[in-house]
Ligand binder design. Structure first.
Ligand code: GLU
Length: 279
């Protein structure tokens, strides 16, 4: 049997904090204990927020922590055409539609319903889903800025069977409909976290996704995309966030400072492991 494959997949849009360190150390420890592989993936599709300088700083922080990962490191900014190809496949299946709404349009439209997605953001009411084919073509031909959204109920219906994911060994039913028509290609960058994460977990042969609990609900979206694109579904473990209860205790000693700040204060990597419960 091939060894399990773990990955740590940070977005370099700022310096790393203790929460990142926890996730990275947990992935590395689980991989080591399972005789598995530990990969690092830089989720830097969001240019210019995710800069090369921040990526380099992040790699230095991870090395300082004492982590070792397999080379080469996958940088998502170098694979944008792959995410676009996956989007095209979904578009060819008739599951995506262009959305011309601004944030303000969405806020206004949802002010009445008050409906929220699982992350508490306004639930997109499907405004652009109802545009006529002529309107759509005209606006696209005019080069109007647009995102591409997944017609979620259609996508779920096309799969036709209930989806489940394995979370720490238990089977969890996916509830993707609660997200409504999520954006798969953002207006500003032409792609999205959801598409990139499923394409790359499959490309890298990731078998165990270990990440923060903030991404638990998004897993339902990932499941739908994996099924639509014929990609395997890894096993999942969503760990507690270091900035909740446990983190508050921690923050008394180490604070919500970045690893770089802690390093400058002569905190050692070993102090960080200990504070995070890795020794
Ligand atoms: N890049 C994401 C983040 O930094 C994590 C993605 C994942 O682990 O699936 O929040």
């Amino acid at each position: 049997m091939s060894p399990p494959v773990f990955r740590f997949a940070p977005s370099p849009n700022g310096r790393l904090h203790l929460g990142h360190a926890y996730s990275a150390l947990l992935n590395e420890k689980m991989a080591r204990e399972a005789g598995g592989r530990f990969l690092l993936r830089i989720e830097d599709i969001d240019r210019p927020r995710c800069t090369d300088a921040l990526t380099e700083a992040m790699l230095a922080d991870l090395a300082w922590l004492g982590l070792a990962w397999e080379e080469p490191v996958l940088r998502q900014s170098e694979h944008l055409p792959d995410y676009q190809a996956a989007q095209r496949r979904l578009r060819d299946k008739g599951l995506l539609y262009p959305c011309f709404c601004s944030r303000r349009d969405i806020a206004l439209a949802t002010a009445e319903t008050g409906e929220r997605d699982p992350e508490g953001q306004p639930l997109y009411p499907g405004t652009c889903r109802h545009l006529s084919a002529e309107d759509r073509s005209r606006r696209l031909a005019n080069g109007e800025p647009h995102a591409w959204r997944l017609a979620m109920d259609k996508a779920v219906a096309s799969i036709g069977v209930p989806l489940y994911f394995s979370e720490e060994g238990s089977s969890v039913p996916a509830q993707a409909e609660a997200w409504g028509d999520v954006v798969l290609a953002r207006k500003d960058i032409g792609t999205s976290y959801h598409i990139a994460v499923v394409v790359d977990d499959a490309r890298q042969g990731v078998t165990q996704v270990v990440r923060g609990r903030d991404l638990f609900h998004a897993t339902s979206i990932h499941l739908v995309l994996q099924h639509l694109l014929g990609l395997p579904t890894p096993r999942y473990l969503h760990h507690a966030l270091i900035d909740d209860a446990e983190g508050r205790k921690l923050s008394k000693s180490l604070g919500s400072k970045s690893l770089a700040d802690l390093r400058a204060e002569e905190v050692t990597a070993q102090d960080v492991w200990q504070a995070l419960g890795f020794e």
